[in-house]
Design a protein around this ligand. Sequence first.
Ligand code: TYD
Ligand code: MG
Length: 455
Amino acid sequence: MAKPKKRYVCSECGGVSTRWQGQCPDCSEWNTLVEEVGETKFAARHDLSGGGRTIQFEALDAPTAPLVRQTTGLAEFDRALGGGIVPGSAILMGGEPGIGKSTLLLQAAARIAKAGGEVVYISGEEATGQIRMRAARLGVSDSPLRLASATSVRDILTTLGHGTPPQLLIVDSIQTMHSDQIEGAPGTVSQVRASAFELIRYAKEQGCCLVLVGHVTKDGSIAGPRVLEHMVDTVMSFEGERSHQYRILRCLKNRFGAVDEIGVFAMESEGLAEVANPSTLFLSGREEAIAGSAVFPAIEGTRPVLVEIQALIVRLQSGATPRRAVVGWDSGRLAMLLAVLESRCGLSFSTAEVYLNVAGGYRLTDPAADLAVAAALVSALADKPLAADSLWLGELSLSGDVRPVAHGALRLKEAEKLGFRRATGPEMSGRGKSALAYGAIASVNALVDRVLGAA
Ligand code: TYD
Ligand code: MG
């Protein structure tokens, strides 16, 4: 028999190479290739005669049990999940270290257990004493949840197998788990995958909901192979800047619902507090207008959120390469906007350093923020403040055209309630009755004119 071929799997993207290399050929990360045992060899032809059982086909409209969702006791958590947790589902909770994943899950677990649910919380990272201290700080020590510190998947499943299965099983984190089904240290691709597979299979068989905590790498993807994201039903991401108070729970994938709602929390000394109305959270204390600051009416699911975008431009004297730094927005998109402003409006950023920040640790992904970013950049470049009660919205194309936005009327309505008096954006019909002075513009040139006060 031929010796099984070795293969090397990237722990970042899951890409496969036949030889070890310092850099993954798929995602270009360094030192991420890990050896795995060989691939299965398949026969050249499919054997159709033997083996396997016949599978049953079913009709699409065959009767099914209705989906019951269980509340987590935290309305913002439920909202992000699309209405609560679904029994038998597997949820992956990703987030940077220290962002508050363990805190959020302990709070939810304690509430569910207190409401009569059977909850098991397994930590592979912290000793039970540490978790008890956190529970005391959160004021949930009286909750009857079952707590253990363990890292062996076999031990966990054997223990759970002896009693009635819990309704909710939390494993913090999947990178610390170890399965004896395969070799390798905890945290390696194959171990993460095998441990997750065993835990998910248990959850599916027993109809319990499983929450796996997963660490994320610096670029935001959950460490370990992407395959983990395919194995679970729901992928959630807990985001925010550690230095800021606010945290956003976002759903990146959901087999049981929509992914457009977010949950908003504030990290306080007694744990995470829910923020039911986040619309003004991401505006910094705006007393007077300063150059380089523009407000964008974002929308998260059904809730409008006003976000402040801040730009700072520093003219360089020497010929050094200017820096571009972005927090909370896509750096590629910033480069694109700078190029549009340079080539369509004749502005020059080539000898200036450009810094862009989305206030409050918020992360913007909505392309309709283009116009607000452009307004902030032009305002900073010209050192000319924008009116403090003005809003900017619209997507910019490479040709410099202003493109329409989704939910325009809803965005403006909320902003108006909060005291904003003017807005600039694309041509918009059906804005309803509004006291807001709306200036429709068609191109980036008109935007520059408006910012500079020529229009
Ligand atoms: P933690 O839940 O341990 O983060 P993760 O599991 O994502 O790594 O939260 C860690 C941070 O949260 C820690 O730096 C302190 C802060 N924190 C509070 O501010 N208030 C609290 O009540 C708790 C429990 C934590
Ligand atoms: Mg933790």
